[in-house]
Design a protein around this ligand. Structure first.
Ligand SMILES: CC(C)(COP(=O)(O)OP(=O)(O)OC[C@H]1O[C@@H](n2cnc3c(N)ncnc32)[C@H](O)[C@@H]1OP(=O)(O)O)[C@@H](O)C(=O)NCCC(=O)NCCS
Length: 166
């Protein structure tokens, strides 16, 4: 199994980096989680969101090093001047557990704070609740029920007081 080193995080502002972020989304959400390809490629927010990309060096079993492999992505949609919606967080399966997902979410939180937003909302896959709770997101009163999004159970979670807590 390959290992991953030297993570680099960047805003995906060029078409090339946006394509790399989309590649990660397709590997994770389409190939692994079996959402439709169209749910990624035809999403209305693809051109209306800010996207981040995580790249790592990949060390293969035979010692070969591949530099700058796209391994993670996340995006932020400005729902209003004060509320951001974090979504499409994905880390490829064999690069998980290295804090890349955590770092991507923290980048979004810092960016939202810099823009003057005070809250971030997510529609979290139900089994990711614990991951987001570690990053300051909570299920608020009245939002305890899961709802189906693209056929899978999700929970609404909020990170309030952006910029005042982590
Ligand atoms: C969810 C996901 C992004 C996490 O990425 P990751 O890089 O493996 O996570 P990290 O290594 O940054 O984990 C940070 C912490 O969350 C914990 N964690 C990770 N996944 C978790 C989960 N499903 N439930 C509870 N805690 C979790 C880790 O143990 C770690 O805890 P620690 O800081 O106490 O050591 C990754 O599993 C993924 O891409 N999954 C498939 C796509 C997906 O479900 N995206 C989210 C849609 S809402």
């Amino acid at each position: 199994m390959p290992t991953y080193e030297n993570p680099v995080f960047k805003a995906a502002t060029t078409e090339k980096d946006k394509d790399l972020a989309m590649q990660v989304r397709i590997i994770v959400f389409v190939d692994e989680q079996k959402y439709t390809l169209e749910s990624e490629t035809d999403d209305e927010y693809n051109d209306k969101s800010d996207v981040w990309l995580a790249l790592c060096d990949r060390i293969l079993d035979d010692g070969t090093i591949e530099s700058g492999v796209p391994v993670g992505t996340v995006r932020l949609i400005a729902a209003s001047e004060t509320v951001g919606k974090l979504g499409r967080l994905a880390v490829i399966s064999d690069a998980r557990g290295l804090s890349l997902g955590k770092k991507l979410v923290q980048l979004v939180i810092h960016d939202a704070a810099d823009r003057g937003m005070d809250s971030i909302i997510i529609h979290a896959q139900y089994d990711k609740q614990g991951f987001y709770e570690k990053l300051g997101f909570v299920v608020e009163k009245g939002d305890e029920e899961t709802f189906l999004e693209d056929g899978t159970p999700h929970l609404r979670m909020w990170h309030r007081g952006v910029g005042t807590k982590q």
